[in-house]
Design a protein around this ligand. Structure first.
Ligand SMILES: C[S@@+](CC[C@H](N)C(=O)[O-])C[C@H]1O[C@@H](n2cnc3c(N)ncnc32)[C@H](O)[C@@H]1O
Length: 246
């Protein structure tokens, strides 16, 4: 990603749609974790969900991302909330996670697994789970089987691995996990928690970078298109939290 877009996303409270209540609901679906569990948050960004997990679980969490500025923001927020001792940040790629096999009781990843692809991520991260460990990922999914061509084409280009919830559940089983539950992120997780923040920051950002044609193109054209498509077709897709056991 170009540096000035990292700068844009760093200003946001989260880097994708989501909601603390849904992070909590997905977490509470897990059966009691063992004493002192090891938790890994992959593609944590500035860690909105890492902080929510740390507050709820009182557990230690290793949070991984490839951008130091997000990890620094997470550390800063953790310090402010006296969660400092419970969160360790690590700059590493989700494609080559530097851990031995069977290290984690829980792997969490909100809105990030698409970067390596749902199936590949599920396959590669399985080795990191202890026997019976949990994986929770949120992944963009079709909520209906029949989808209008305009939005199907948009997402098939942006993320060809998008599929229906039943297709995702089949992939989960194919990769050797047992699906426990799934939860669909509601509209406010997109609108209030994400798109409104983007709109609020856009103005400030364009004051700094509006002279750059590419910055304007992404913010004024591509992001606006994504938001208007969401408004038009929100009944057809959302992020879905998939809770599974390894
Ligand atoms: C859509 S954001 C989601 C961030 C956060 N989980 C959230 O929901 O707010 C995707 C995150 O993946 C991170 N990322 C991109 N490529 C990565 C990689 N190869 N390994 C680890 N993280 C990566 C980005 O820096 C970004 O923070």
């Amino acid at each position: 990603m170009v540096d000035y877009f990292i700068e844009f996303y760093k200003r946001l409270d989260r880097q994708g749609p989501g909601d603390d209540k849904y992070t909590g609901m997905a977490f509470r679906l897990l059966e009691p974790l063992p004493h002192n569990p090891r938790i890994l948050d992959v593609g944590c960004g500035s860690g909105r969900q890492t902080l929510a997990l740390a507050r709820m679980s009182f557990c230690e969490i290793t949070a991984v991302d490839v951008y130091d500025c997000f990890l620094d923001k997470l550390k800063e927020n953790a310090n402010c909330e006296t969660l400092k001792g419970s969160i360790t940040t690590l700059n590493a790629s989700m494609c080559r996670l530097p851990f031995d096999n069977h290290q984690f009781d829980l792997i969490w990843s909100e809105g990030s697994i698409y970067i390596m692809g749902f199936e590949k991520g599920l396959k590669e991260w399985k080795r990191l789970l202890k026997p019976g460990g949990y994986l929770v990922v949120s992944e963009i999914s079709w909520l209906q089987r029949e989808v209008p061509a305009e939005i199907r084409d948009f997402w098939n280009t942006a993320y060809p691995e998008i599929g229906t919830v039943s297709e995702k559940l089949r992939v989960i089983e194919k990769c050797g996990y047992r699906p426990l539950a799934h939860l669909t992120l509601p509209e406010y997780g997109w609108q209030q928690n994400y798109y409104h923040l983007m709109k609020a920051e856009k103005h400030e950002f364009l004051k700094l970078y509006g002279h750059l044609e590419e910055a304007r193109k992404v913010l004024e054209t591509e992001m606006e298109l994504e938001m208007s498509l969401y408004n038009k077709y929100k009944a057809y897709y959302s992020y879905v939290f998939y809770v599974m056991i390894g």
